[in-house]
Write a protein that binds this ligand. Sequence first.
Ligand code: IVH
Length: 717
Amino acid sequence: MADLAELAVSKMAPEQAAAEWQRLAEAVTRANRSYHTEDAPEITDADYDALKRRLAEIEARFPALAAGSPTQEVGAPLAEGFAKVRHEIRMLSLENAFSEDEVTDFDTRIRRYLNLAPDAPLPFTAEPKIDGLSLSLRYEGGKLVQAATRGDGEMGENVTANAATIADIPQTLTGAPEILEVRGEVYMSHADFAALNARQLEAGAKPFANPRNAAAGSLRQLDAAITAARPLRFFAYSWGALSEPLAATQLGAIRRLTELGFSTNPLTVLCDGPAALIAQYRSIEAERATLGYDIDGVVYKVDNLALQARLSFRSTTPRWAIAHKFAAELAWTRLEAIDIQVGRTGALSPVARLTPVTVGGVVVSNATLHNEDYIAGRDSAGQPIREGRDIRIGDWVQIYRAGDVIPKIADIDLSRRPEDAQPYSFPTICPECGSEALRDEGDSVRRCSGGMACPAQAVEKLKHFVSRAAFDIEGLGAKQIEAFFHDTLLPIRAPADIFTLAERDAASPLQKLKNREGWGERSATNLFRAIDEKRQIPLNRLIFALGIRHVGETGASLLAAHYGTWAAFEAAMTAADPAAGEGAKPKGNPEWQDLIAIDGVGPVLAASVVTSFHQPAERAAIDALAAHLDVQPVIRRVATGSPVAGKIVVFTGTLERMTRAEAKARAEALGAKVAGSVSAKTDILVAGPGAGSKASKAADLGVEVINEDAWLALIGG
Ligand code: IVH
């Protein structure tokens, strides 16, 4: 045993790992009990940390052991990870711009939204976009009380103990607002990253791929002592909850944060418009290599905070900011093969298998080839790309990647093409199920026509269903889904099967899950428990989990926020009919119009959801699933007491003091539902000059009709 305790985890055979894990797990359980329950610690904190670290190391290498870890039962910092915290104000991401035109568009869109003349002043700040991970620091009475990662924007991880070890993060502030949430980026400098990787290699540990990964890995250590030993830094660039404003402008607020003791980026400047923003972008790009830390673009923000408040947010990004990204990094390598992957919507996606090459510090061995036109050297409109050069197996290809984006192929080198290289012929039969693979008119993607009968589609749909942003069931990841999908004793072929797994296992006269290889009493029970925990699911997650084409996380959240409950959503999707009232204007019945009136939901997304609900097999699978769930309604984030909360409002005619988009966004932020047409359910019609049939219809129905001034007075100006 003594020998085993000395053995490096990387050298352990599975049975040795299991034995050592048992010893450590028992020691941790004993130490937990003596510390927490009996208040009589038997070992030092350092020894305890060493036990936990080794246990974590074993569980990282042999994940099957983690499933039954006793540490899960004792407040469990190890296996459960960090406690979750809800952000009082959501942590958002940024919209990206990749070209100068998109920067000009950004300015134009804002002017249009705010109804500003083209020559009205509209200054912006420009600052580097730090390539790290965002962190929110909460100070109460000048004391750091909480640090949380972004997580999904709503819920982050509580990393207070770790953040407190970062020198750039003050523990106390003087003269700060009573409540102050400072947001910014944790990052690692190039020099510190190189030194850390050298130490990792010396210790026989895996080096980090890039400074961002090193920063994330270091901050998210369960043991704050490890974080403390890693040289992390922090730039403050934004804020969340505040008991009083920091300043009237973005730049003023950043200066205030600097005065309070935060590190803020010295390259932050004020620009008077798109031309100045682009000049600043070029200047920062030129300095990029000498900054000593990774940046991946320049962030532009409307400087005037009152305008920021008016512009407010879309579902996941502010309207008042944009990230102008740098062009991607490039490298040449050889294309060894082209594989076809069949996705959850049946799309046949060609993937380039490459001779591994380092691009921007990350080893790349796969790249997307998009679709058959892209391989053939055409764009979706049939126009030549790469001057019409097609891509062949054996070609030398130029790879590029930007940030976390999947690597792509930019170009090929014809001078190095092997003589026998053949043009690639894209399959017209699904390689997974043999069904015909078809291309709809106007669609660049060829799709398997097998539907749920295609095992690749079914399994990908299931993997999506359990993925992190969807049901996120602990112990049921892509690997397990793959195994259960092909299992004959206890198969999972559709989402509803997940929720009958325990019942089927209990009722089965055949071998139980707990007696199978790789499973045990504890891991089987844990899985069933993890599944049970997800029977309660927020509406947006469920909608996203359904894996409907075009419905991503953002679309799902928009739908959930609009309909509020599963019953309302399901009823509306069942009723919505885009073809109702043939020839009528606007097209479709009221449920369809209501659906496409949601800001951010276009007709393509809308048609895709409605089709799913009307397709018998898909609908049956959705209904079977819903029967097992308790879907949590959306809790609207509105100031209670708003006089328009819960009201259905329609705007018609010309609005003179704000644009239609702003009126709608503000009404929704106050909890009102904005509809496109007047019905008996409408509470208020806001009618500007030129209001036509809607005003007379409202009068007929006895709906309250008010003008824009009265509306503004109602919502407080
Ligand atoms: S502002 C409400 N400024 O980029 C907007 N973000 O891609 C808050 N980031 O999640 C973000 N440098 O983690 C802002 N100077 C900067 C930034 C920055 C890096 C990160 C941040 C954000 C992500 C979006």
